[in-house]
Ligand binder design. Structure first.
Ligand code: PHB
Length: 390
């Protein structure tokens, strides 16, 4: 009898100390492009997220983290299958990751109707910032249009009159060029959407040569970026027509493969290894010590994402079983971003600063993307007014 009482009391104590659902490991689903032309980006995000977990001592909100990863292979239908498996079989409590916007849009249709929180660590599709914003969706990186809006504003200020634009033909490519056109008011002499994952740009380079624009602006992530930059230089165009990009092409996952062809290229972004704030200095040092390479923006936003989830879970005592309560904790979460200024807008997308960077050789001969100037301070995205958050 006495033993029964002790058992009952200890069970009651355990329940009081750990509210239901908070005592066990927290299962986090991580969907990413881990193979194919954007595979390097997904792996980089995973490394950044894992470092965030390590630096939180393996726990979010006091619960051990069980990270369940899935490779979407850069295909929306595979992303949907991965999301279904994570939710139905693995029973993850939250889904994060996602490199590509077309996959984000497909995956969000599976995750959000179940009232499970989805946090994008990269893709920032415009639909999810505006008309289709959701209380259960957060983006901890950027809204796609915002980064090229900064470049457009900078080229407008420089007084350029004729610019030629190129991007892959998918959701993010269209957002990126729309963003550029929103702030750049000169004439657009070419607006070309190439096939997703196209690696040979001979036809496009020949068209650029014929059009003789004053400058070219591109959005090419992953292997597309490496090939475009190399071929632009091989064709002798780099010396004739200045090329402008975003950090999504001039980042540390791609720069080593570009070599000297990347030097001098100006690009806009919200983060680079050169950003000088205390959190970033620690992050870059930690990442280099762990992985023996310089981190990229993909690792930086993933690291921030891990710290965001930890901060929100600490506020709820480790619970994320109520998506409505956890969403409020995410909205209010305080974490020191490696970007410096960072806060969520009402559509759950960042308000942050955007910069002009330029690729140059660092002290040991490595390529670095050096900050030249701040273009926007505390900039909201351009879709927030279309978001009627329920
Ligand atoms: C996207 O699809 O949203 C995307 C992909 C790669 C990037 C940036 C954005 O580097």
């Amino acid at each position: 009898m006495a033993r029964l009482l002790v058992c009952a009391l200890s069970a009651a104590f355990a329940l009081a100390a750990f509210p239901a659902g908070a005592a066990e490991k927290v299962k986090i689903g991580f969907i990413s492009t881990l193979s194919g032309p954007n595979g390097v980006t997904g792996k980089e995000m995973l490394d950044g997220f894992k470092l965030g977990i390590t630096d939180a001592h393996g726990k979010f909100g006091g619960r051990d983290v069980d990270l369940v990863t899935g490779d979407d292979q850069g295909k929306p239908d595979v992303g949907v299958e991965v999301a279904r498996k994570l939710l139905d079989k693995d029973k993850v409590e939250l889904v994060t990751g996602v490199v590509l916007s077309n996959i984000l849009l497909a995956v969000s249709n599976v995750v959000l109707p179940k009232h499970v929180i989805l946090i994008s660590l990269n893709a920032g599709a415009s639909d999810l910032a505006g008309r289709e914003c959701s209380p259960y969706f957060f983006n901890v990186s950027f809204q796609n249009d915002s980064v090229p809006e900064a470049m457009g504003a900078n080229l407008q200020e420089k007084g350029l009159k004729h610019v030629y634009l190129l991007a892959p033909n998918y959701a993010a490519g269209r957002d990126m060029l729309n963003g550029f056109k929103r702030t750049y008011k000169g004439s657009i002499v070419g607006e070309v959407y190439t096939q997703m994952n196209q690696l040979d740009f001979a036809a496009e380079l020949s068209a650029i040569q014929a059009a003789k624009p004053e400058a070219v602006f591109i959005f090419y992530p992953g292997s597309m970026g490496i090939n475009f930059i190399r071929q632009y230089a091989e064709w002798g165009l780099k010396a004739q027509i200045p090329l402008y990009a975003t950090t999504f092409t001039m980042d540390q996952t791609l720069l080593p493969a570009m070599g000297n062809d990347a030097i001098g290229i100006m690009n806009s972004g919200f983060w680079s290894e050169s950003l000088d704030n205390p959190e970033n200095r620690v992050f870059v040092e930690r990442f280099e010590a762990e992985f023996k390479r310089i981190p990229s923006a993909f690792a930086a936003t993933a690291y921030d994402g891990a710290r965001l989830i930890d901060a929100a879970m600490r506020a709820t005592g480790g619970r994320i079983d109520s998506a409505d309560a956890f969403r409020k904790a995410l909205e209010a979460a305080k974490f020191a971003s490696v970007r410096g200024h960072f806060r969520f807008n009402t559509n759950h997308f960042p308000i942050q600063d955007y910069y002009l960077f330029q690729v140059e050789k660092g002290p040991s001969g490595e390529l670095v993307d050096t900050m030249r100037e701040r273009i926007f301070s505390n900039r909201p995205d351009s879709y927030v007014s279309e978001c009627k958050m329920k």
